[in-house]
Design a protein around this ligand. Structure first.
Ligand code: ATP
Ligand code: MG
Length: 570
């Protein structure tokens, strides 16, 4: 069931704040009652640097930064870097770049690893208070002792060690005396809690691994659940927004905060973004990269911010989309077409138009004189300020193969022998003959033009049923065009046969490369990430692989807006 797209799409760009929100209501209430005195609203965005950010993170970022901003507060960017085996500097760098690209600037840049010393001191404090113990059970045994929903947990035989023994063992864990996995530090909470997370959660594990920031200073690392709440507290985060799967962990964070008597951060959960035809799990996205199923984290088919940015998506459209989906207290799924709708809407407003022929067929205008002329064309009919440009026209132009049929099927209004059509902004032309190759394929169409129809209208008021884009053959530039389609062919990529994997649902046709496209010459000046609407074809942007010798364009989206239809049908 969809919960997030039942509203009709709002006009984007006017308001990039999440529309209605229990999160906002809660913050407003806390500000009104001065729950945190005169402290400003403080939020944070806490990614683990174990992969690139994806569209789901964009939602969280818009919430964390957007709400703080609304209340005149501040947002920290905090790396939850407690797992050195999976974390890398490349991810730390990419995350900062992507947050800024999305249009947000953090107040403080923080790292959970900056708090390792404090977290260790607090662990010692909890041991001394009899609230934590060193356990020698293996991770598997701990899991078995934990029980499940129907079965109470069992105390570890090490649960009642003395404070002295616990302290001694923990200090020796830190000193590196024990091998990985031989012992852990656990919080002494309640082995019969109905919340499994509260059954003596692990606080520290032994891991002789080099950390990207602290090097070899530590061989014990705090668990996420031990580090997260106190990191929030240390930064005096007033409102810690996170996704619903952390709701069951909130009691742990509160327990530590209460035991330690430190700043009481309020956690509030909201729904994860799930998008149809899209995988939003860093672990699985990493697998796609590692197995070379895509060309890296910024492959334009990836739902990463780096990927969709390269594809031609814009921060403005993403923020509008995030505002429109809002937040909910139950998880649902959003149609990918809705995201695409917001993207088209943004590009329609801002992208300059240009003419490009993806599958060229030569059209020869037999009665056109030698030489060339220039027609003046509006760069963007939605934006007069975008100005005009001169497009060269001459005796031979390229049109799309699809725009000509020697034998037209019923209701085919484009060019065919004897039929008159408009070449956009130029002239009326009427086809009369074709040239074919040995195999019988049409290689050239011959036509005549009406010199009085310059600009695209005939003084006698004659009407034509079709207007076609074109590129002057003598002036055309060549480019590689990369056409992208959905990366997965199933709406739910995780919907697989027993024993199968999400990889089974990869769309084998997600990338098509066209090498014969002909473009109007002004496109040679396009800069990487510059957006265009190729008339009648779609939205495109210059890829960063593009060079003066070899231009490369990515298709962001075709023109057709399926969401308008879906929304209309509701
Ligand atoms: P993944 O499951 O993709 O690995 P994660 O939740 O482990 O994601 P983190 O780096 O821990 O990734 O996430 C940082 C923040 O982004 C968290 O507060 C998390 O709640 C939020 N977040 C992650 N995925 C989504 C999503 N799909 N929709 C909304 N928020 C998300
Ligand atoms: Mg995580």
């Amino acid at each position: 069931m969809s919960n997030s797209n039942t509203e009709s799409p709002v006009t984007p760009m006017q308001d990039v704040r999440p529309s209605s929100s229990f999160l906002r209501d809660q913050i407003a209430e806390d500000v009104r009652t001065k729950k945190y005195g005169d402290a400003v609203v403080q939020t944070r965005f806490p990614p683990e640097p174990n992969g690139y950010l994806h569209i789901g993170h964009a939602k969280a970022i818009c919430i964390d930064f957007g709400l703080a901003d609304e209340f005149g507060g501040k947002t920290n960017l905090r790396f939850d870097d407690t797992n050195p085996e999976k974390e890398e500097q490349e991810y730390v760098d990419s995350i900062q770049k992507d947050v800024r690209w999305l249009g947000f600037e953090w107040d403080r840049l923080c790292y959970a690893s900056d708090y390792f010393g404090q977290l260790f001191a607090w662990a010692v404090q909890l041991i001394k208070a009899g609230k934590a113990y060193v356990d020698d059970l293996s991770v598997e045994e701990i899991r078995a002792y934990r029980g499940n929903f129907n079965e109470l947990g069992k105390d570890s035989p090490y649960r009642n060690r003395t404070v002295e023994e616990n302290l001694d063992l923990f200090l020796r864990m830190k000193a590196g005396e024990f091998p990985d996995g031989s012992r852990v530090l656990r919080a002494k909470i309640d082995m019969s809690s109905t919340n499994l997370n509260m059954r003596d959660p692990i606080m520290y594990r032994i891991l002789h691994a080099e950390h990207q920031r602290t090097g070899n200073e530590w061989c014990i690392y705090p668990m996420y659940d031990y580090a997260h709440g106190q990191s929030d507290s240390l930064e005096r985060v007033t409102h810690s927004m996170c996704t619903l799967e952390f709701a069951d962990h909130q009691p742990i964070y509160r327990w530590f905060i209460e035991q330690l008597g430190i700043f009481p951060t309020q956690q509030i959960e909201f729904d994860r973004l799930n998008l149809t035809y899209t995988m939003l799990s860093k672990r699985k996205l990493l697998q796609l990269v590692q197995e070379n199923r895509v060309n890296g984290w910024d492959d334009p088919r990836m739902p990463t911010l780096a990927g969709i940015r390269r594809r031609g998506f814009t921060p403005e459209a993403l923020r509008s989309f995030c505002a429109a989906i809002g937040t909910s207290r139950t998880n649902g799924s959003t149609d990918i077409e809705m995201l695409e709708h917001y993207q088209r809407d943004d590009l329609n407003r801002r992208a300059n138009r240009a003419m490009a022929v993806l599958h060229p067929l030569k059209l020869v205008i037999d009665n056109y004189p030698e030489g060339e002329e220039f027609v003046e064309v509006a760069n963007n009919p939605e934006d007069a300020a975008a100005g005009t440009r001169l497009v060269p026209f001459s005796r031979e132009v390229y049109i799309e193969q699809d725009d000509f049929r020697e034998v037209p099927p019923p209701k085919y209004y484009r060019l065919s022998p004897g039929k008159e059509v408009r070449l956009r902004n130029a002239y009326f032309v009427t086809a009369h003959s074709v040239v074919k190759d040995a195999a019988g394929n049409v290689t050239e169409v011959h036509c005549t033009y009406d010199p009085l129809s310059r600009g695209g209208n005939s003084p006698d008021g004659r009407k034509v049923k079709s207007t076609m884009h074109w590129v002057s053959a003598a002036h055309a530039i060549s480019a590689e065009i990369r056409l992208y389609d959905k990366l997965f062919s199933k709406a739910d990529p995780n919907d697989v046969e027993e024993g199968g994997s999400f990889l089974d649902n990869l769309n084998p046709n997600s990338l098509e490369i066209l090498s014969k496209a002909k473009l109007e010459p002004s496109l040679a000046k396009g800069k990487p990430e510059e957006h265009f609407q190729f008339e009648r074809v779609g939205y495109f942007c210059v890829d960063r692989d593009s060079t003066a010798e070899k231009l490369v364009f990515n298709r962001t989206l075709p023109l057709k807006d399926a969401w308008a239809k879906i929304a209309g049908a509701r």
